[in-house]
Every structure is written in C-alpha cells, then in structure tokens.
Design a protein around this ligand. Structure first.
Ligand code: AMP
Length: 117
C-alpha cells in the first residue's frame, strides 16, 4: 500500500534519498533530515498509514514490529543505557507534519522535560 503524494512513501521507494540505518521487510529506519538531538531517527512502516491509530487498528503486528525496530535503533546508536525518547506526533495539536506514521527516536544528550510549557 502506497500513497503517491506521500514524502515517506517516496523515501521507502528510493525516489527521495535518505540515510537508512536499519530495515526489515516491512519497516524502515532513517535519519531525520533536521536532527533535534545527536540521535534522531525516524522509524516507519513501509506501507502507508496516516498515524498511530490508523496503523494499530489496521495491523497491530506491524505496529509491534515498528516499535521493536525503534528499540533496535536505540541499541545500534548506543543510547539504550544513557536513555532515549520515543515520540509519535498524531494530528494538529501534536504538530504532525508528515502524515505517514513515524516514530521519532531521540537520544545522545539529556533530553529535558517531556513537553515544553
Ligand atoms: P512530524 O512533525 O512528527 O510529522 O515530523 C516530521 C519529521 O520529518 C520532521 O522531524 C522532519 O525534519 C522530518 N523530515 C521531513 N522531510 C524529511 C526527509 N526528506 N528526510 C528525513 N526526514 C525528513
């Protein structure tokens, strides 16, 4: 399943370049183009789902695999011990910009408070 107008579908297809760090048959992890922390990796299902709720309702096994890849990325990046943060923006109040479900993996420095005031 693929959306022709979706930026991350184009990254999955290789039509837009990305720095891939880990990949399974159904999940892709690549570096965020505008990293907010030393480790800032996006983990996405290769099939197109708009957000977390969409993915979880349609394919809970794929949601679990996406989460497992995020944890593996944290390991690869060497931040499992120092600490890391997983973030999924869903919808306007969260400021979601790309409507292809993605997990942000942040780490590599103290990450501060969970949410800014
Ligand atoms: P969100 O606000 O959760 O939808 O996050 C979208 C993220 O996608 C942002 O952190 C962007 O920096 C990132 N992003 C946008 N375009 C690209 C790209 N071509 N390659 C990698 N990351 C991107």
């Amino acid at each position: 399943m693929n959306d022709n107008d979706c930026l991350f579908c184009k990254i999955v297809a290789g039509e837009i370049p990305s720095k891939r760090v880990r990949e399974t048959q159904r999940v892709l992890a690549f570096r965020d183009i505008n990293p907010k922390t030393p480790t800032h990796v996006l983990v996405i299902p290769k099939d197109h789902y708009a957000d977390v709720a969409d993915l979880v309702h349609a394919d809970p096994e794929l949601a679990a695999e996406t989460l497992a890849v995020a944890a593996a990325v944290a390991d690869d990046e060497g931040v499992t011990g120092s600490g890391w943060r997983l973030l999924a923006n869903s919808g306007p109040d969260a400021g979601q910009e790309v409507f292809h479900m993605h997990l942000h993996v942040f780490g590599g420095k103290p990450l501060g408070p969970m949410i800014s005031a």
